[in-house]
Design a protein around this ligand. Sequence first.
Ligand code: SF4
Length: 357
Amino acid sequence: MNEPVLEAVDVAKHFAVANSVGDSSVVRAVEGASIRLEPGRITAVVGESGSGKTTLARLLARFYEPTSGQIRLDGVTVAGDGIRRSTVPKSYRKAVQLIFQDPFGSLNPLHRVRHNLERAVRLHHGRLGRTEVDRRLASLLERVSLTPASDYLDKFPHELSGGQRQRVVIARALAVEPRVLLGDEPISMLDVSIRLEMLNLLDKLRREDGLALLYITHDIASARYLCDDIVVMYAGQMVEAGPKDAVISDPQHPYTKLLVESSPDPHRTTATDRDDIFGAADELGEPPSLIDPPPGCRFHPRCPFAMEKCRTTPPPRAQLADGRWADCWLHDEGRADELAHATMTERITRKLTEEPR
Ligand code: SF4
């Protein structure tokens, strides 16, 4: 295992919210999250909306300060541990870049591509002559396959396609020569036809620059295509992690199995539909509120394997082969092989039949 560039250690983020009558509550957006981002490796964080994955990316980007736990850059704690919240140093902003989901909102619509890129180049490289700036702008656009640069530099964002805009956003992130890219659903708003191109671009950047990449997505198929490792989040907590092929071909947590089976797969013989399979899980129980999450395992209301202790006691972490782990009582009970014996739809149907609601 290589040394991580960026790391979250047992991080939690709680938000105080007030309702319409002024009562306050706490949203437990992320709890107990640990992740390591290594040079030249891509780690996907997958889960439904509300699972906490975007909050995790924003914690790593230091848009939010952790409620507890630490964020470490090169092994040095930069957030948490009683470190006073202050302006994030320029060196951190330079090392860690966040790419947002919406390329439309990421660029200043009033300025041409040239201005959007030049600002980043000048902020991070100081005073440069016109010729050097132009050389850097052309090189950046070339790196994201927008060539010739002269076709793009004087365009406004609205004159570009969604894919071209996202490439400009990535070029702007590269302008500061980062070591970590955090992509928050970076392809989900793009046309399906160009998503593969964007994934290939991200893969090229990690290979050429040795970037550590975090890829946030709800789409396990794209995570399988792009990433080395997968971390699965549910209701603000990480529930399973490991090398991508192992996690996807042999899930060791029922929620991962639900995600995998609801994902389109041309090789699978049984037809599945995401809404149908999640709808079936919802018949067992609702997705949880992060203000008052269920006790025990947070997935227990929707889990067809749930046992009595799942309702009361958080599951221990089972350490598995090849650096994998899963937080599920099935491992402690010696019942993990049951995960491979039936589809989630079959298990849910059986559970609903046994325990009609
Ligand atoms: Fe299901 Fe229990 Fe495992 Fe949670 S701990 S995923 S409820 S079997």
